[in-house]
Design a binder for this molecule. Structure first.
Ligand code: PAF
Length: 291
């Protein structure tokens, strides 16, 4: 696996691959890699001949400086995991190379960015859209992969890529969960003992609400029951817990096809998010512990 820090090295590697007619995938990450990221690398290998992975803890998408400071950074272990996973290139851009002195341009995706994460983390999606646009321009991938755990982020990136006419296929990958159903996240490492014990309740509350909605319970009642379960597990504040349209992320008052349950809640100082597809045929809806 080749490691590059400068965009020039990245461009040269990608250009050489493309000259050979190879299809190139990019997996953008902020590091602290876990099995969810490695599943993206494995899926990328099925989508393309060469896989590049970027690790960049993007300051522009952190609305809370303390959150940026405590974001885990594990560069050596990440590089080793990517080598083992069969990535071809690791790109470690520096903040100065992506945001040089005088940098003044940001990307704002109206509509799909506005609610939920957008409301609770002002500026977050502008930071995400800006950095992803820059990563796409620098790496020129044919395809890029993102986890569904950050479901609204995926919707924002799809919209941005389509609106700007960027020639990149966007592929979403199902959330990877641990044996208790907790969605894997780099933030899980920051949970204290009580938080770690409570964390699987987040997904469990969504699955219970999803099953209730599918069984014909009123959406409002299903959401109230899920909120009570989160309260009992020590979550709070709950930033949002909603049943939404999977494409527009607008709230739904009644069961519809293409519905999704989304949640963001704090346990202590750590904020976790999760979401599931509410559909009788989906893997998420019928999730059961991995053996
Ligand atoms: O999901 C992430 O890790 C980040 O938001 C991303 C897409 C790499 C942009 O910084």
């Amino acid at each position: 696996m080749q490691t590059v820090r400068e965009s020039i090295g990245l461009r040269a590697a990608v250009a050489a691959w493309k000259a050979q007619g190879l299809r190139v995938a990019l997996v953008p990450t902020m590091g602290a890699l876990h099995a969810g990221h490695l599943a993206l690398v494995a899926a990328a290998k099925e989508q393309a001949h060469r896989v590049a992975v970027s690790i960049f803890v993007n300051p522009l998408q952190f609305n809370d400086p303390a959150d940026l400071d405590r974001y885990p950074r594990t560069e050596e272990a990440d590089a080793e995991a990517l080598r083992e996973a069969g990535a071809d290139l690791l790109w470690l851009p520096t903040p100065d190379s992506l945001y040089p002195e005088g940098f003044a341009t940001t990307v704002h995706v109206a509509g799909v960015s506005d609610r939920w994460e957008g409301e609770h983390r002002p500026g977050h999606f502008d930071g995400v859209a800006t950095v992803v646009a820059k990563l796409f321009v620098a790496a020129a991938p044919d395809v890029a992969l993102f986890g569904e755990k950050d479901y609204q982020q995926l919707a924002v990136i799809r919209r941005m890529t389509s609106d700007l006419g960027l020639p990149v296929d966007i592929v979403g990958h199902a959330t990877v969960r641990d044996s208790e159903g907790l969605a894997l996240s780099s933030r899980n490492a920051l949970l204290d003992e009580a938080g770690r014990a409570a964390a699987p309740t987040l997904g469990a509350a969504l699955r219970e609400a999803g099953a209730a909605i599918l069984a014909g319970e009123r959406v409002e009642a299903a959401l109230s029951a899920a909120r009570a379960r989160l309260d009992a597990a020590g979550f709070g504040p709950v930033d949002y817990l909603a049943y939404v349209d999977a494409d527009t992320l607008e709230p739904l008052a009644e069961r519809r096809e293409n519905g999704r349950l989304i949640v963001a809640a704090f346990h202590g100082k750590i904020r976790l998010i999760d979401n599931i597809c509410v559909d009788p045929d989906t893997v998420d809806g019928s999730w059961s512990p991995r053996r």
